[in-house]
Design a binder for this molecule. Sequence first.
Ligand code: FE2
Length: 376
Amino acid sequence: MKPSVDIQSANTSVDFLPLLGTDYIEFYVGNAKQAAYYYMNAFGFQALAYAGPETGVREKASYALRQNKITFVLTTPLRPENDMADHIYRHGDGVKVIALRVNDAHSAFEETTKRGGKPYLEPVTLEDEWGKVSLSGIHTYGDTVHVFVERNEYSGPFLPGYKPWSNPHFKPEATGLLYVDHCVGNVGWNRMNVWVKFYEEVMGFRNILTFDDKDISTEYSALMSKVMSNGNGFVKFPINEPAEGKKKSQVEEYLEFYNGEGCQHIAMATNDIVKTVSALRSRGVEFLRVPSTYYDDLLNRVGPIDEDIEPLRELGILVDRDDEGYLLQLFTKPVQDRPTLFFEIIQRKGAKSFGKGNFKALFEAIEREQALRGNL
Ligand code: FE2
């Protein structure tokens, strides 16, 4: 008899949580109307959908924005004494939901909760005139959650409950941001491996890269990081924890001002970092600066690259190389008054890594900012 292989069950046993990528990122903020304007004007997102009192939602206002494959949702509560208001009181503006696209939100909930995931949202199917969407969710570090979004039978602008939203008089030009490359979590002392285990056991991710405190240290401070990736590599979550140093590390500063664990940065990819960063800078986005001496021996360090050095130096763009190619990257300053969430702009030219060669120059730049805030 011919041996038969049950491909379907073999695949299921390999990846019990197949993910199709990042669906959206939702921020809880003090003033969603103004935050939406900031992301549209400064980062080039377009108005997509709105939910609030005018659409029959009583407790909050949410603005969904989109640029290529990146969807941001800015949400603000309309009253005190609810989870949204508590989140903002404790953390300031920050990331609440990192939503992941799935083909089956019920299975995603079942598979993760039976492996120890703490339920956030029981599976629910929402319907409107554009079809139906199923959602479920589990908790991750701090007060952050993952929502699983199944939207194969939906043709609406965003989610049921949202109405299309646009302003014909205000359509800022896009800045070339394409998709979410990775989202980084900052966790407490000795907590990195706890969350590595969570992503391995509960979500079926694996640890693809590890940076110890020797890889990531300056004269004053250190941190450790492990990069977790799902099976197909569409979703990558580096997890940072502070390490002992002479002074306070950037992760400690984050934990103090965010009042706990949370999302430290979101990396967004572009195909033309010089153009993207020039556009962002001219619209008021502020970036970290490394000393211009960084560029003096750049080509000796990273080898030949396609880009001219001068625009990179002028914009402060960093370059690093690994076995597979190189990458260009740059980090914004925090995007709110608390020194918490910031963004990374990244262009990958073969490299699948995270810019280890830039860590020292970068973290020294962060320390200069920390010192200015009196937090080093
Ligand atoms: Fe990053």
